[in-house]
Design a protein around this ligand. Structure first.
Ligand SMILES: *[C@@H]1O[C@H](CO)[C@@H](O)[C@H](O)[C@H]1NC(C)=O
Ligand SMILES: *[C@@H]1O[C@H](CO)[C@@H](O)[C@H](O)[C@H]1NC(C)=O
Ligand SMILES: *[C@@H]1O[C@H](CO)[C@@H](O)[C@H](O)[C@H]1NC(C)=O
Ligand SMILES: *[C@@H]1O[C@H](CO)[C@@H](O)[C@H](O)[C@H]1NC(C)=O
Ligand SMILES: *[C@@H]1O[C@H](CO)[C@@H](O)[C@H](O)[C@H]1NC(C)=O
Ligand SMILES: *[C@@H]1O[C@H](CO)[C@@H](O)[C@H](O)[C@H]1NC(C)=O
Ligand SMILES: *[C@@H]1O[C@H](CO)[C@@H](O)[C@H](O)[C@H]1NC(C)=O
Ligand SMILES: *[C@@H]1O[C@H](CO)[C@@H](O)[C@H](O)[C@H]1NC(C)=O
Length: 576
């Protein structure tokens, strides 16, 4: 055992793939790829004339658009955004000699089945993302899949086989390659909060690119909160004009569509969340009559988890009318791109309703039926507009609401919450904040008066410490879930709450740590033998993924010094 380890580990230093495929065999032959490589997908084109892709369908991309885009991305990734892998070889390493080279001439794409109708906006599990990929020693490359999204995933893996040569061109040293791959979980995402801080559209799109490159298939946009309302709703024009941090820091209807399109064309379904009834104080700027307990100071913490306090009134027909108008405007613009709409529901503060003249109580017995009515109204309208609701766990587990079987419950507070949700027969998303909250460990953003500062020293935040990639990687979405309920755990999301994140540190706050969650969700937390995945296997691959993200223009942080990546065993501890 001891003598075998360094060899097998060394052999895995540049095997390139993240997330790790279900089955992956490779050799060590050199094959080059030239810029003139042809992609043969005429077969795909014939099968795929779909009804998407025109204005009568809201302008969503169709399967042809997706493959076209993926081919262009493949080309750009390999030839424009490649990297020379010197960091993954010992000192003195020499790049392969390009003389008498074998070249990949054609990449053959084949679609084995017709795409499902919901290709671009599937419900969980409706699209088969599996693929097979092979590269022979004499340069024949093929990607086969049961859906267009599978082709996209296969091409993503394909790009990761190649390295840039400093003399020009790109090559793999892994031929022949045989990969059969499929995701373990059907919902694999990142959640980005764009309310606490403002992010330009380009930052959001770049984040989506990295999400897609990690083979995640969901991008959750937490687009409004108490601090700002940046989403333009033409039917309620003052909402963003007054509720955004500045009238120009808004996502126009065009921006919103572009973002959704940018996700959809890469096989990433965007899930828009308008959190409610809590986390809505920003509505007050345009509609003060709808919000109770707005910005109570200094004791805001009696009424909310964060300043400014405030919540939508719970027994108000004006609130119902407002939401009716809001959903009627927004949801049809989501419909072409997504099958989901997230109605929030976390951290509702009961005391805020003592100040709500339509309720004047903080008693569960009074509030619970009103909350049920509130959520029923919302979900009925979501369904009538063709979408499926998602809510935060509190609606089910704390408010004991009766929710439709279709509703997906997003958990965040504990593993027990996942077990409780599935025990009630509901579908669950994971994202335990002790593991998958990317904001944790930066310290408090609140300021403490000198008279109390001592009590809070050294000013750690509620979810400290910082969740390093190994902690994120150690999280098993199925831990604590009985085997007969595994099918109800659809997957999960890594969460980027943005109180201390803005465009300056966005990339490095998310990447490459969210990639650790991406591998857990695609490949599973355990290997084929049922053992916890090894950090010693993962770290060189994640380091390499980091280089690939950087080469693509994503400011992902390093996870090790070069000394460690030059020989994957030198920085290990506990090897026997
Ligand atoms: C391209 O695909 C078509 C249809 O599958 C096939 O007949 C043809 O031989 C392929 N061409 C190449 C160069 O692989
Ligand atoms: C546009 O989409 C509709 C269905 O929504 C379809 O019937 C029509 O053929 C499409 N038009 C084109 C030009 O693809
Ligand atoms: C395609 O579907 C078949 C079952 O119909 C399955 O056996 C296969 O693994 C799937 N994926 C690929 C890439 O063929
Ligand atoms: C809710 O509002 C209705 C109509 O204004 C009122 O009759 C009812 O008492 C209110 N419910 C509560 C719990 O305050
Ligand atoms: C409800 O409000 C009263 C005062 O109005 C307060 O004493 C009590 O702690 C509150 N209950 C909860 C559950 O917060
Ligand atoms: C929900 O049920 C739990 C357990 O029975 C109870 O403690 C809690 O007060 C209930 N919540 C509401 C809002 O009624
Ligand atoms: C596998 O990982 C889990 C979660 O981190 C941990 O509780 C468990 O002890 C690990 N198992 C082994 C055999 O190390
Ligand atoms: C890598 O590290 C192992 C274990 O320390 C050592 O045996 C091996 O010689 C090193 N290889 C290189 C190429 O430095």
């Amino acid at each position: 055992m001891k003598s075998l380890l360094p060899i097998s580990l060394f052999a895995s230093l540049t095997t390139a793939l993240w997330p790790i495929p279900s089955s992956y065999n490779h050799g060590n032959s050199l094959v080059w790829i030239g810029k003139d490589v042809q992609v043969n997908w005429s077969g795909a084109k014939q099968i795929l004339k779909r009804s998407y892709g025109n204005e009568s369908n809201g302008g969503a991309p169709n399967a042809d658009d997706m493959v076209d885009y993926a081919i262009k991305q493949t080309h750009r990734t390999i030839f424009d955004h490649g990297f020379v892998p010197w960091k993954f070889h010992p000192r003195g390493w020499e790049e392969p000699n390009p003389e008498s080279a074998t070249y990949i001439k054609t990449i053959e794409l084949s679609l084995l089945k017709n795409d499902p109708e919901n290709l671009v906006k599937p419900l969980a599990g409706e699209v088969d993302e599996s693929y097979m990929l092979s590269v022979t020693e004499n340069g024949k490359a093929t990607v086969q899949a049961n859906s267009t999204v599978g082709i996209v995933r296969g091409l993503t893996t394909f790009t990761q086989l190649f390295f840039q040569h400093s003399g020009g061109g790109a090559y793999t040293t892994l031929a022949p390659v045989e990969i059969t791959d499929a995701p373990k979980f059907v919902h694999r995402g990142v959640n980005l909060d764009v309310s606490r801080n403002w992010f330009p559209v380009a930052d959001i799109k770049r984040t989506i690119d990295a999400v897609a490159y990690n083979k995640m298939n969901r991008f959750h946009l937490h687009v409004t909160d108490s601090q700002s309302w940046p989403l333009d709703i033409p039917a309620l024009p003052n909402l963003a004009k007054k509720g955004a941090y500045r009238p120009d820091l808004i996502y126009t209807t065009k921006d919103f569509k572009d973002i959704q399109y940018h996700a959809a064309i890469q096989g990433v379904e965007m899930i828009t969340e308008i959190d409610m009834p809590g986390h809505t104080s920003s509505i007050w700027h345009a509609y003060p009559e709808l919000i109770s307990a707005f910005n109570i100071q200094p004791n805001w913490d009696t009424y909310a988890a964060e300043p400014p306090s405030g919540t939508l009134k719970l027994n108000s027909s004006a609130v119902d009318t407002f939401l009716e108008t809001l959903f009627h405007d927004l949801l049809p613009r989501i419909y072409p791109f997504s099958s989901y709409f997230h109605t929030g529901g976390d951290e509702v503060n009961k005391n805020a309703y003592t100040l709500d003249e339509t309720v004047q109580s903080n008693k569960s017995k009074v509030l619970q039926p009103l909350m049920q009515k509130f959520v029923d109204r919302n979900h009925d309208q979501v369904r009538s507009l063709g979408l499926t609701p998602i809510v935060w766990e509190e609606m089910l587990l704390e408010w004991n609401l009766t929710l439709g079987e279709d509703v997906i419950i997003q958990t965040w507070r504990s593993d027990q919450a996942v077990a409780d949700v599935v025990a009630k027969g509901h579908k669950a998303l994971v994202g335990n904040y002790n593991y998958w909250y990317l904001d944790c460990g930066k310290g408090q953003w609140l300021n403490f008066d000198p008279s109390v500062a001592d009590q809070y020293w050294p000013y750690n935040d509620y979810c400290a410490p910082f969740h390093n990639w190994r902690l994120i990687y150690s999280y098993d979405p199925l831990s604590g879930v009985p085997a007969d309920k595994h099918h109800l755990v659809l997957g999960g999301e890594a969460h980027m709450w943005a109180e201390q994140t803005d465009p300056v540190n966005l990339d490095r706050m998310i990447w490459p740590r969210a990639a650790a969650a991406a591998e857990v969700l695609w490949s599973g937390a355990k290997d084929a033998d049922g053992r916890n995945r090894s950090q010693i296997d993962a770290s060189p691959r994640l380091s390499e993924m980091r280089e690939r993200l950087v080469a693509k223009g994503i400011g992902a942080e390093p996870i090790q010094m070069v000394y460690c990546t030059m020989n994957g065993t030198q920085c290990a501890l506990g090897l026997e």
